[in-house]
Design a protein around this ligand. Structure first.
Ligand SMILES: Nc1ncnc2c1ncn2[C@@H]1O[C@H](COP(=O)(O)OP(=O)(O)OP(=O)(O)O)[C@@H](O)[C@H]1O
Ligand SMILES: [Mg+2]
Length: 291
């Protein structure tokens, strides 16, 4: 059993912001005082994203409530991945991409040039569609990311705790030295989730995390999300409307306007969006008349 008393420490916690304390992100503390914090972990206000001259996402605004799963749905090309990548500054890495607007994380604008994108990505972790373990052992897949992120402490405990949280421990505890690449697709995805958890994030972004998996592995990832959301805040992109209905608390529906720009149509509690949509375009999409 993992003891929860070990404190994992970021080596240089004051170094998160290169210039000014005013824009510094505060590490959200774990535990009881989380409940006293504001309810929205992330607020996106008038987000516009361009790829060169192409205006891909137009004027998107929505909030991501704490300890909720927020699902982003909509037809292919409507900007779901683009919006998701904006939330942890991954679009910085896409040549030609430009992000305008404001994305507040616990009230701090993460788009500010003063904010260190690497620190943003540590607090807002990402799991991709295709499981991408490193060509290293299962143990090292979890420990290595934590180490390069400056996390110190008992690595054996951290690895075990992260693998347990990702519902993978029982399947791999006797072969931690085996390659992460030798696991099944579903196990590899849970390994990638464990790797993300080991860095002690606050928010987990997932871009179609189950679309490359078989139905049993998909259900495992969905169960895991419901488990993890008690401790984390999750934003998931999914093409699968049943999955959005099963796992999410809030659903954000995007569509394309006449200029082929991704626009937000409706952000509602999931049950409401699927049973009583506010917008005709949402209704057309969820009933299969469009998209
Ligand atoms: N790196 C890029 N360079 C240029 N255009 C891009 C780039 N990435 C995405 N786009 C364009 O931006 C728009 C939104 O793409 P995005 O990948 O965000 O859509 P999506 O909703 O995630 O689609 P899908 O459901 O197919 O994954 C599309 O028109 C796409 O072609
Ligand atoms: Mg996508």
């Amino acid at each position: 059993m993992v003891r929860q008393t070990q404190a994992y420490r970021v080596s240089n916690p004051v170094d998160i912001n290169v210039a000014s304390a005013s824009g510094a992100i505060q590490t959200p503390p774990r535990g009881a005082n989380l409940e006293t914090r504001q309810d929205n972990v992330i607020s996106i206000i008038n987000l516009n994203v361009y790829y060169g001259a192409f205006h891909a996402v137009a004027d998107v605004s929505f909030d991501v409530p704490k300890h909720h799963v927020t699902a982003l749905i909509g037809p292919s090309g409507c900007g779901k991945s683009t919006v998701l990548r904006s939330i942890n500054r991954m679009n910085d890495l896409v040549p030609g991409a430009r992000v305008e607007g404001s994305i507040k994380y616990h009230g701090h604008d993460i788009c500010s040039p003063r904010v260190d994108p690497v620190e943003v990505r540590r607090r807002i972790g990402m799991v991709f569609q295709k499981p991408n373990p490193f060509p290293k052992s299962i143990y090292e897949n979890v420990a290595w990311g934590a180490r390069i992120n400056g996390i110190r402490g008992n690595m054996d405990e951290l690895v075990e705790r992260s693998l347990r949280q990702a519902a993978l421990w029982d399947e791999v505890k006797d072969k931690l030295k085996d390659s992460g690449l030798a696991l099944s697709g579903g196990q590899q995805q849970r390994l990638c989730i464990a790797r993300t958890l080991a860095i002690n994030p606050d928010v987990i972004l997932m871009d179609e995390p189950a679309s490359a998996l078989d139905p049993i592995s998909t259900l495992k990832i969905e169960d895991l999300m419901r488990d993890l959301v008690r401790q984390y805040t999750i934003v998931i992109v999914t093409h699968n409307m049943q999955q959005a209905a099963r796992v999410s608390d809030q659903t954000v529906f995007f569509s394309l306007n006449e200029r082929r720009q991704g626009v937000l149509v409706e952000a509602s509690p999931t049950r409401e969006l699927f049973t009583n949509p506010r917008d005709q375009r949402t209704e057309d999409y969820i009933t299969g008349r469009f998209g």
